[in-house]
Design a protein around this ligand. Structure first.
Ligand SMILES: [Ca+2]
Ligand SMILES: [Ca+2]
Length: 500
């Protein structure tokens, strides 16, 4: 069985990826241990940059639980012990230490998300969120996609009870590997379908080629995080590519370490749990954000864009500075204003009376006559029996009507017993052919026509059906008119339709 190895992303530099045993090899950490020569709590530059404290009056993440899919968590760390929910923690690696963190990576990530706001150490971005260790990487920092998938499904199926009932789940994955795996993707999609929010690191492969994002960060369904440094510049190690969503601080991040210590680490591993904390705050404050899609849309829309302008493959839509999220998403606490009326509104059934601006007229004669009659159109009524008929379509119909009657020289011959009424019927038929819309729902309901001596008839399209049309004997003044061409065809084949 092919075994995919996952590398931690708290990397300061990369080794060539040509190990015979692993696809990805974990270089040594540069861990800077920090001792606190002073009393009180330090706010790391990443938390300051994200302005998480500016959001804490709205939420400190208390309605959410961050599941740290990593090397475990040192659950008795003084800055984490009040946040960890022990009964939900689980080991998927078979470690002798269970879900406890021997490596240190997971403990560091957990503190970035939710270290307690107390009088010691550091403070996380969401200092009242719950923390759960999902240990999918072993004590050396390696693991398989299969185990990550199992961990994700465990979170998705976990039933929250008691004081945690109803809280929202966030999975933070500061891990990655190449190639991906179908079971990993399906587990992610499954969890998202169950209302879990998922954030993943882009990876530490730099940006020497077009797309260097690893899996699971490369799956479009997850929120994918890049790293920036103190100057808001993309970190040199941070992977780039089209799946990037947002960026967050990932250089020299101070957080919780092994043995109750505090250490500084760098990597997209550190940027990702920062965004996880931001997410915990947001979803705790805004119940209207129910799905990963809701979250992703909101995160992107309110991110602080970083150069170059607009989405870019190194910082995505920008950094998740929390002052951008003080206003709830549309549909949230503040209902959005009603949408403006469309410029071309769709309408229900209506009747249009086409204004007779000039003198619409046509000429006709019966077959036994030698001279033409000129008939004047006094009124045309069109029914639009569809809501597809917009103002634009109506204008088009009027323009076609104008064109049809231009110069009043559209003439046609009818049978010997034809009269003004029949002439009106035919004229209406031509007009309908010209003006009906593509869905054939326009009906010329009627036309009032008048002859030279003042006889006037109302042709009623609702009563007269096409099959009752009398035959026409010929055409005169034929121009490039669709209606006239149709008349030729129908004269041969018999008219079958007039209007519906
Ligand atoms: Ca603290
Ligand atoms: Ca940008």
């Amino acid at each position: 069985m092919k075994r995919f190895i996952l590398g931690l992303l708290a990397l300061l530099f990369l080794l060539p990826a040509h190990s015979q045993q692993w696809d990805i090899q974990l270089p040594e950490y540069e861990v800077e241990s920090v001792t606190f020569p002073y009393e009180g709590q330090v706010v790391d530059w990443g938390v300051s940059y994200l302005k998480s404290a500016d959001f804490w009056s709205k939420s400190r993440g208390q309605n959410s639980i961050a599941f740290i899919a990593d090397t475990g968590i040192e659950t008795n760390h003084p800055d984490l012990k009040d946040r960890v929910i022990l009964e939900y923690c689980k080991d998927f690696t078979g470690s002798a230490s269970g879900f406890q963190d021997i490596h240190g990576h997971g403990t560091h990530c957990a503190g970035i998300t939710a270290a307690s706001d107390n009088s010691i150490g550091v403070v996380g971005n969401a200092p009242q969120a719950g923390i759960v260790a999902i240990k999918v990487l072993n004590d050396q920092g390696s693991g398989s996609f299969q185990n990550v998938a199992l961990g994700i499904r465990y979170v998705a199926d976990l039933v929250l009870t008691g004081q945690h009932a109803g809280k929202k789940k966030v999975i933070s994955m500061s891990l990655g590997g190449g190639g991906g795996a179908p079971e990993l993707e399906s587990a992610i999609n499954y969890a998202i379908s169950k209302g879990v929010f998922i954030v993943a690191a882009a990876g530490n492969s730099g940006c020497n080629v077009d797309n260097t994002i690893g899996y699971p960060g490369r799956y479009p369904a997850v929120v994918t995080v890049a790293s920036i440094g103190p100057g808001e510049l993309p970190s040199g190690f941070s992977s780039c590519g089209e799946q990037l969503d947002v960026a967050a601080p990932g250089e020299q991040i101070l957080s919780t370490g092994k043995g109750g210590s505090y250490v500084k680490l760098s990597g997209t591993s550190m940027a990702t749990p920062g965004v996880a904390g931001v997410i915990c705050n947001i979803i705790s404050a805004y119940p209207v954000i129910k799905t990963q899609a809701d979250l992703e849309k909101y995160l992107r829309a309110r991110a602080k864009d970083l150069p170059p302008v607009g989405w870019d493959k190194r910082t995505g839509y920008g950094s998740t500075v929390m002052t951008g999220y003080l206003t709830p998403p549309d549909g949230g606490d503040n209902p959005p204003p009603p949408p403006p009326p469309p410029t071309d509104p769709v309408r229900a059934f209506r009747t249009i009376t086409i204004p007779i601006a000039g003198q619409y007229s046509f000429v006709w004669k019966a077959s036994n006559e030698t001279t033409f009659h000129r008939a004047t159109v006094a009124e045309i009524v069109i029914d639009a029996k569809t809501n597809k008929w917009s103002d634009v379509a109506i204008r088009n119909a009027i323009q076609k009507t104008d064109a049809f009657f231009a110069n009043g020289n559209r003439g046609f011959g009818l049978l010997a017993d034809a009269d003004l009424y029949e002439a009106g019927r035919w004229a209406a038929y031509f007009l309908a052919l010209l003006t009906r819309d593509e869905s054939n729902t326009l009906i010329v309901r009627g036309m009032t026509v008048q002859d030279e001596v003042g006889n006037m008839v109302w042709f009623d399209g609702a009563k007269d059906k096409a099959r009752d049309l009398p035959a026409a004997s010929g055409l005169f003044h034929s121009r490039q008119s669709k209606a006239l061409k149709v008349l030729k065809d129908t004269a041969r084949s018999g008219v079958t339709t007039f209007a519906k």
